[in-house]
Design a protein around this ligand. Structure first.
Ligand code: SAM
Length: 294
């Protein structure tokens, strides 16, 4: 009886060990090791992203939860952290409960590549350059224009940041004693053919613009009443667009400073002419272009 019991125990122990090894082999390997962002840099990230109580922040690979926890405590935001390591998820949830903010700071176990973050208004990350690049198409395709993306130390390749700050961190545990904080705004689709009219008069006419777009960078061609004009200083931040048009006519130079917001295939805003008059700007897109993101 004793012998049988011991044989049974040995068999179940072997089976348990084999099961454990298989589970380890199947378990998802972290794409990035756990290294916490120094709190000073967390604060700089929240500043860069201008995080407020109106925001829903998602930290991709949330570690001990500090970015979400500080966003809730300092700014009154809501947040979720997605993290592969269940021990770190438990630590983060316990800390949120200890701080009394568990209703607004939540941490879930899982792979960040499978997490649906489309409702976020701010995404934070401290990952690696190639992971940022893998995430880039999803960020650009699934998030609303104007969503802020804040990354500690690693950029997004050819997608140039809208802001970059360097922070001295003498206590940093590895590498040079500085951290980089990058900010991007998810750009609206501005590419395509747009047209609008300006009220009759000296500066009036029919405008036709073709805008080309690589990430948030825009360039374009402009015709006014069928004649070539120039587009200068085009800026796109989220859905906010600004451009200056210059037209030479009758030996005079006319300038127009347009600013507005893109909503679908419409732009609504204002234009200021060289003689300091302002008018409404209402443009419609007749053909969509493509945002180049390679
Ligand atoms: C460098 S740490 C950053 C932690 C935290 N965001 C911070 O800034 O303090 C990266 C974290 O991502 C987690 N991680 C790595 N690969 C992941 C994946 N595919 N899905 C979810 N989390 C992942 C790691 O376990 C680690 O905790």
């Amino acid at each position: 009886m004793e012998l049988m019991h011991s044989l049974h125990f040995k068999r179940s122990t072997t089976a348990f060990c084999l099961f454990g090894l298989a589970a380890v082999a199947l378990a998802q390997r972290a794409d990035v090791p756990y290294v916490p962002t120094p709190l000073k840099v967390v604060e700089a990230m929240l500043d860069a992203g201008r995080v407020t109580a109106a925001d829903y922040l998602v930290d991709l690979g949330s570690g001990d939860g500090r970015v979400v926890i500080e966003a809730v405590k300092q700014r009154g935001a809501r947040g979720t952290g997605i993290e592969l390591d269940p021990n770190l998820v438990a630590t983060a949830n316990a800390e949120a409960a200890r701080e009394g903010i568990a209703a607004k700071a939540k941490f879930v176990s899982g792979n960040l590549f499978a997490f649906d973050f489309k409702d976020a208004t701010v995404i934070t990350m401290y990952l690696l350059p190639h992971i940022n690049l893998d995430l880039r198409p999803r960020i650009l395709n699934s998030l609303r224009p104007g969503t802020r993306i804040v990354s500690h130390d690693f950029d997004m390749g050819k997608w140039r940041p809208d802001l970059r700050r360097e922070i001295a961190v003498p206590e940093k545990s590895y590498g040079p004693p500085v951290s980089q904080v990058y900010l991007w705004y998810v750009p609206a689709l501005a590419a395509g053919q747009w047209q609008w009219r300006m009220p009759a008069g000296d500066a009036g006419g029919s405008f036709q613009a073709t805008l080309r777009q690589t990430f948030q960078q825009l360039s374009g061609d402009l015709m006014i009443d069928g004649g070539a004009a120039a587009i200068q200083d085009v800026k796109l931040q989220g859905d906010a667009i600004e451009l200056t048009a210059v037209r030479e006519a009758g030996g005079r130079k006319h300038t127009y400073e347009f600013s507005g917001r893109i909503e679908g295939d419409k732009i609504a805003g204002r234009v200021r002419t060289g003689d300091d008059k302002t008018f409404e700007w209402l443009a419609t897109r007749s053909a969509r272009g493509q945002m180049s993101i390679e």
